[in-house]
Design a protein around this ligand. Structure first.
Ligand code: GFB
Length: 322
């Protein structure tokens, strides 16, 4: 079932904010299938935290639609140790781009949030309606507060100014252009890099942070990009919408799967002095499923593809914008 197209993309000028990150680059790849014009600008030419500069860029380039995928992103350690950067950068990027979009009459904006906006002990799977019903996970509350503020600004501008601005909430993402740095990256790329290094260096142990018991849902970024373009064309609402696969795994299960793919025969050592973070993060995807979208890339196929990309293109990289 394909829902009716409310916002045709043909001939439109679409600004992908954050196009060099994992999410933004996947959106650019997906938009190549549409007959639209994509606008991008690198961080060297425009710092999205600089409001006057953002306003000048919007005045000059006049996008008709905006996909707001620019963010300071990182795994549990980066979030926990750089709370100021995660709060300030993400607040500034969100308010500057959303306000410039309102001021210049952008016809449609999609803001990308994160599943960490929901309470630490939310019911599982987590419905959109559990937003602001409980305390946040302390390791990422700074990032979450900034993402909640962006979502709320979209809602407020819909109500006050009639802007067609909506928010989507992706689950934990992975794929090409991810950050494979062991300290600042998320668990999936970090484990791929660690296990790959162990095999190459002939080591028989790999360290896993925490207990291995937390559960996470992993969505390939190409599936995410497909869902965002689907929603851009066919959906608009004040309430956010979750994007996930509907299935979660323990961190230990993820490690075993990566070991199988990479060919690691050794054992894992769990460092329980490192934080586990949220015990479980599984999104309720009933709203998205009812619209007719579902993910296509299995975790195993997605990890194999990401590992191929890592071996041919990366094996380096520090943190980057998402
Ligand atoms: O992916 P991750 O860093 O972020 O960690 P969150 C997920 C789980 O994997 C945690 C464990 O329980 C980690 O302790 N883990 C095990 C590891 N080994 C490793 C490792 O080598 N590296 C990493 N990074 N984790 C983030 C938030 O939370 O999720 C962000 O901090 C954002 O705000 C993102 O929302 C999606 O899933 O815990």
């Amino acid at each position: 079932m394909t829902p009716p197209t409310l916002f045709p993309l043909n001939g439109r000028r679409i600004f992908v904010a954050g196009h060099r990150g994992m999410v933004g680059s996947a959106l650019i790849r997906r938009l190549r299938q549409e007959h639209c014009q994509t606008l991008t600008v690198g961080r060297d030419a425009l710092d999205l935290r600089d409001q006057p500069a953002v306003n000048r860029w919007f005045d000059e380039h006049r996008p008709e639609a905006v996909l707001l995928a620019a963010a300071r992103v990182g795994g549990i350690h980066a979030n926990n140790t750089h709370p100021g950067d995660f709060l300030y950068d993400n607040l500034a990027i969100s308010i500057n781009v959303i306000e410039a979009s309102r001021r210049t009459g952008v016809a449609k904006l999609v803001f990308l949030g994160s599943s960490c906006i929901y309470p630490r002990l939310a019911p599982q799977p987590m419905p959109e309606s559990c937003l602001l019903t409980g305390s946040l996970e302390p390791t990422n509350e700074w990032y979450a507060i900034a993402k909640i503020a962006g979502l709320k600004l979209c809602q407020a501008y819909r109500r006050q100014h009639g802007c067609d601005f909506s928010s989507v909430m992706p689950t934990n993402l992975y794929g090409p252009n991810d950050n494979f740095d062991l300290l600042s990256g998320h668990v999936l790329p970090a484990l791929l890099a660690k296990i790959d290094a162990a095999v190459r260096e002939g080591r028989d142990t790999v360290e896993i942070w925490g207990s291995g018991l937390p559960r996470r849902e992993f969505l390939h970024v190409d599936d995410l990009a497909d869902a965002v373009i689907f929603l851009l064309k066919s959906w608009s609402d004040e309430e956010p919408i979750n994007i996930g696969t509907g299935t979660d795994f323990t961190i230990a299960e993820l490690a075993e799967l990566i070991a199988e793919i990479v060919g690691f025969k050794g054992r894992f050592v769990y460092d329980v002095s490192k934080p586990d973070g949220t015990p479980r993060k599984l999104l309720d995807i009933a709203k998205l499923t009812a619209l007719g979208w579902c993910s296509r890339i299995s975790l195993e196929a997605g990890i194999r593809q990401t590992y191929d990309w890592y071996r041919t293109s990366a094996r380096r990289r520090s943190w980057k914008d998402g």
